[in-house]
Design a protein around this ligand. Structure first.
Ligand code: GRF
Length: 196
């Protein structure tokens, strides 16, 4: 029986597309839902074109995190996901939510965790004079960007790199890393994967 994967997005959904495209053939999982907190997120149209059920839970329609997450949980419970992939989902989730789905949530973060949790990761790596940057897939826990690391992809930083050029070089690696980690995770393998 395939594992059911819900993918949460807030934007263009390029990672969602890479994940959904990878779940074919003998892959142990299939996408069951793409959910966005942003009603006009570009990724929703892409999901519809791929025939994946979509949902919108607009965080602006709820008074606080608790009521927003209650609505999120209602939609997710109906989709019965075995795994939840955050893919450019830009809302911070509470400990209650991460506990409710403990062990089932993955996220991709554009830094070599545990360095640079939070935002503006590439600018921070450049400002620190780092020689390498990259992205990480990790299990989501109550600590923001703090859960067990399941995979990383690494790129060298060049002297003329900007946050934009770094992001452009790392995003395609995200599209390789996240599907590779999801396939292993869905098959019960949580050994960290390092690319290349
Ligand atoms: C990616 O850079 C990811 O690392 C970060 O947000 C971006 C999402 O891009 N979490 P997309 O919506 O998947 O294209």
């Amino acid at each position: 029986m395939s594992k059911r994967v819900a993918i949460l997005i807030s934007g263009g959904g390029s990672n969602m597309v890479a994940l959904a495209d990878s779940m074919t053939g003998d892959h142990p999982a299939r996408p069951c839902l793409v959910l966005s907190n942003i009603p006009d997120a570009g990724g929703l149209e892409k999901a519809r074109a791929m025939g994946i059920p979509t949902a919108i839970v607009n965080h602006k329609s709820y008074e606080g995190r608790a009521t927003f997450e209650a609505a999120l949980n209602t939609v997710l419970a109906a989709a019965r996901p075995d795994i939840i992939c955050l893919a450019g989902f830009m809302r911070v989730l509470t400990a209650d939510f991460t506990q409710r789905w403990a062990g089932k949530i993955l996220n991709i973060h554009p830094s070599l965790l545990p360095k640079y949790k939070g935002l503006n990761t590439h600018a921070r790596a450049l400002a620190a004079g780092d020689k390498a940057a990259g992205c990480s897939v990790h299990e989501v826990t109550a600590e923001l960007d703090g859960g067990p690391i399941l995979g990383q992809a690494i790129v060298p930083i060049t002297p003329d790199d900007t946050p934009e050029t770094l992001a452009a070089r790392i995003l395609p690696l995200e599209h390789q890393l996240y599907p590779a980690v999801l396939r292993r995770f869905a098959g019960g393998d949580t050994l960290p994967l390092i690319l290349p």
